[in-house]
Design a protein around this ligand. Sequence first.
Ligand code: T3D
Length: 262
Amino acid sequence: MDADIRSEARDAYRVITLNRPEKLNATTATMLRALRRAFEEAAADRACRAILLTGAGRGFCAGQDLGAVNMLDAANADLGALVEELYNPLIRLIRTHPLPVVCAVNGIAAGAGANLALACDIVLAARSAAFVQAFARIALIPDAGGTWILPRLVGDARARALALLAEKISAEQAAEWGMIWRVIDDAALMTEAETMAAYLAAQPTATLGLIKRALNASPTNDLDAQLALERDLQREAGRSGDYAEGARAFLEKRPPRFSGRM
Ligand code: T3D
């Protein structure tokens, strides 16, 4: 594993840590490739049933490392190619990942770093953390899925102001607006995030993957298409051993023991 990314296996989940703390975990091509590999490896590991993403040091991620782009040559740089090769596959991978992905935003999340966090399924943030769509400050547009996910999370008016003004907002404001799930006191963030990852890792993993599929399809489906999709996915879920176990455990008044498989 590349030094810029740490991937640590716990009992049934992995903790993936962005690891360039001296640069607030600003991303480089090497780091983004390693991050993608870490998510792919987690998907291929049958023992892994959840992922926790966080950052080392005082920041979560300051977005693209602006020092890694040759600024003198910036006018000729094809940032579209960079986005296509490095950011887009990563955001798609996280959104469609078969495992639930929790993000513990331990500090500032700026630019693509903010949108990387928002691509995760459940976002927890330290009380001292903040989010900034920093792009317009350097004459770029929000990428890493920002223009897709922001209006869906906070509505058009807030998404426009966040993107055009590039103002920093606190974790508490982000939670109040529904941009993230919950704010946690700084000292408790990682304990709570690991507890959540461990909880998710003991749930019916394959069914959680189906839930993600249904939610991912929702923004582009009309009601009829979504109802049809729910029927199909529920058919799959209903045939799983975990459904039988969940129903049996309920009737027997005991906690379920989910295998995580279909
Ligand atoms: O390739 C492309 O450009 C296309 C893709 C673009 C995707 C993007 O993400 S564009 C947006 C890029 N990110 C930014 O514009 C954010 C830049 N950083 C900041 O605005 C501030 O650093 C923060 C608001 C994130 C945090 O501020 P603060 O005061 O807490 O920390 P700081 O002192 O500014 O930063 C600490 C160090 O990290 C500092 O290094 P030094 O002086 O101690 O050696 C700073 O230069 C470095 N750093 C922070 N962000 C970046 C960075 N170095 C390189 N790239 C960064 N993005």
